[in-house]
Design a protein around this ligand. Structure first.
Ligand code: KG4
Ligand code: ZN
Length: 342
């Protein structure tokens, strides 16, 4: 008898249609990701209606590809997992309806997963998770510090009060005339410039783990505006380096402060901005200096994917967490309570 647990996981919360087959919460049998970035580029950002349409067009073939690549059939699958939220509601509903259809037709449990829980559990697909830990979530929609004392226990100890860090990257990139998503391009430019602007570091109140990036974004936009009015030459790489230094210094400072205050020895970093090379370098140095183990998933598991949803779903499956056929998408799903509410 085969005791391995196979979960088919669907992610469609933003601009990636992804389906993955995960074995025992740790092994990727397949992870198909259909990116819509090229389609959204011409609009300078993700257009919700366009995203929903692309998910509808791609979901069935993505499911077939994931099963084929893993060389399994729906009969072999133990449960169907899906991102319930947060995210774009129309986009979420495409994945949820596909997952419901599969769960109903093949009589499998349906497991709803919080998108951020997925980003954190991406680490279980590579080097594992050692509790207690602090997770730093840095993506296009989220900037959060989360304390986890055990599996499925999430305490948000800090979050952004305005823009998410990826959003700030994308807006600054746009001001420099770079295409969407601008984060990776700013990261690339930042390695070539100098910190000539000395933008503010926004620490907020002492001991606060919250973040704020809208003031920094305005400082960058104002500086560029002034220079353009005076016909001064703008060195894009210097703007990128100065902006990135400000962001990274605060993210690293608060993450390390949180690890010390909560007495944890592991820092997990997740979300699209976790691929940022400046952030990775500075976190590596700071964690080494403070004897903290740093875990960052490889780049392909940092951006949205079904595998991370399957990895988180495994622990929900072990705890018999499942939803009924009336499961709905929730664009503002709460991370701390989503397990209790199912
Ligand atoms: O996690 P993700 O794929 O989607 C969300 O759930 O938001 O994150 C996408 C975000 C975008 O804002 C993108 O510009 C940013 O991650 N990003 C980066 C880098 N790679 C992706 N930002 C800074 N440096 C990077 N290397
Ligand atoms: Zn994400």
């Amino acid at each position: 008898m085969n005791n391995d647990t196979l979960i088919l996981a669907v992610e469609s919360s933003c601009d990636e249609t992804s389906v993955s087959i995960i074995e025992n919460g740790t092994t990727i049998k397949s992870n198909i990701v259909l990116s819509q970035i090229e389609s959204h580029k011409r609009f300078g950002g993700v257009v919700p209606e366009v995203a929903s349409r692309h998910h509808v067009e791609g979901i069935t073939t993505t499911i077939d590809k994931a099963l084929n690549e893993a060389q399994v059939t729906m009969e072999d699958i133990d449960a169907v997992a899906v991102t319930q939220g947060p995210g774009l509601i129309g986009a979420l509903l495409v994945g949820i309806n596909a997952a419901k259809a599969l769960a109903f037709a093949y009589d499998k449990p349906l497991i709803p997963v919080h998108h951020i829980a997925g980003h954190i559990y991406a680490n279980n697909l590579e080097e594992g998770m050692n509790f207690p830990l602090i997770a730093l979530i840095v993506s296009g929609g989220h900037t959060e510090l989360i304390y986890m004392k055990d599996h499925l226990s999430f305490e948000i100890i800090g979050e952004t009060r305005d823009d998410a860090v990826g959003e700030a990257y994308d807006k600054v990139a746009r001001t420099l005339g770079l295409s969407y998503p601008g984060g990776p391009q700013i990261d690339h430019l930042a390695s070539k410039g100098n910190d000539t602007y000395n933008f503010p570091r926004v620490w907020l109140e002492k001991d606060s783990y919250d973040f704020s990036f809208s003031g920094l974004k305005s400082a960058v936009i104002n500086a560029l505006h002034n220079q353009r009015q005076k016909n001064q030459t703008i060195i894009d790489a210097d703007v990128a380096t100065s902006f990135q230094n400000s962001v990274v210094e605060v993210l690293v400072g608060k993450a390390i402060q949180a690890c010390k205050a909560y007495g944890v020895k592991e820092l997990i970093v997740a979300g699209g901005v976790a691929s940022n090379s400046g952030l990775r370098n500075e976190l590596t140095k700071a964690c080494e200096a403070n004897n903290i183990h740093l875990a960052i998933p490889s780049a392909k598991l940092c951006t949205d994917n079904g595998a991370m949803i399957g990895a988180a779903a495994h622990y929900l499956y072990l705890n018999n967490v499942s939803a009924n056929m009336d499961l709905n998408g929730d664009s503002g799903l709460d991370l701390e309570y989503f397990v209790d509410e199912v």
